[in-house]
Design a protein around this ligand. Structure first.
Ligand code: PRP
Ligand code: URA
Length: 205
């Protein structure tokens, strides 16, 4: 696995406002969109392109165009916050959906729903802002590997060291996060973290 800690002062500033317990859902969603757009730029850094000729007002020259749109997979609920900014940059990407919910007693992620296009041979970008135990991420990665995906990028905003340790077994995974936080608490929440991302997006604290 390649781990990329996304280093950018604007990203760090946005994350600080996301962490703030006083940030309400309306602002939280806007901040998540802005950060999502920055992460989309980073996640598409190595996207394949083909040469394309173009005529400027001055003369003919050569440019590039994307050769393949990756499939975007937001993990519901929290991952939905990052879907719109990724679609802004990748408007022709097919979108796959998976909904998972962690059991509050056991911390185990339960599979609730999926709707997936053909993934065989595709590059896949999984969006899930919080990566805690990595139970959610490993369930999804194992599933999509069986469907024949070519490459996987997992995009998060805050990650726990415990989860990153668990993801090391995936050789071909690119993991991008804004922050690797300190640890998980006894309820598998990230410290210092930002609380429950889905609740902060849609319900408040
Ligand atoms: C949260 C988060 C991740 C998952 C991470 O979702 O959005 O999907 O927990 O935890 P893990 O790494 O320990 O699996 P949650 O299950 O709370 O659902 P939600 O998105 O609806 O809030
Ligand atoms: N999911 C969240 O939303 N927050 C955490 O701290 C851990 C998992």
């Amino acid at each position: 696995m390649e781990t990329i800690e996304f280093e950018h002062p604007v990203a760090r500033s946005i994350l600080t406002r996301l962490r703030d317990r006083h940030t309400q859902p309306d602002e939280f969603r806007k901040l998540a969109y802005r950060l999502g757009f920055m992460l989309a730029v980073e996640a598409t850094r190595n996207i394949g392109t083909l040469p394309l000729s173009v005529e400027t007002p001055m003369e003919k020259t050569f440019g590039e165009t994307y050769s393949q749109y990756p499939v975007i997979l937001p993990v519901m609920r929290a991952g939905l916050a990052l879907l719109a900014p990724f679609q802004e940059l990748l408007p022709e990407s097919p979108v796959a959906f998976i909904a998972m919910k962690r059991d509050e007693e056991t911390g185990e992620a339960e599979w609730l729903y999926d709707s997936l296009p053909d993934l065989n041979g595709k590059d896949l970008i999984i969006l899930d802002p919080m990566m805690a135990t990595a139970g959610t991420a490993t369930s999804i990665i194992d599933y999509v590997l069986e469907k024949g995906v070519e490459s996987i990028s997992l995009i998060s905003i805050v990650a726990a060291p415990e989860g990153i340790f668990r993801l090391r077994k995936y050789n071909d995974l690119t993991f991008i996060t804004v922050s690797v936080d300190r640890e998980l608490d006894e309820n598998w929440f990230i410290l210092p973290g930002l609380g429950d991302f889905g609740d902060r997006l849609y319900q408040g604290n």
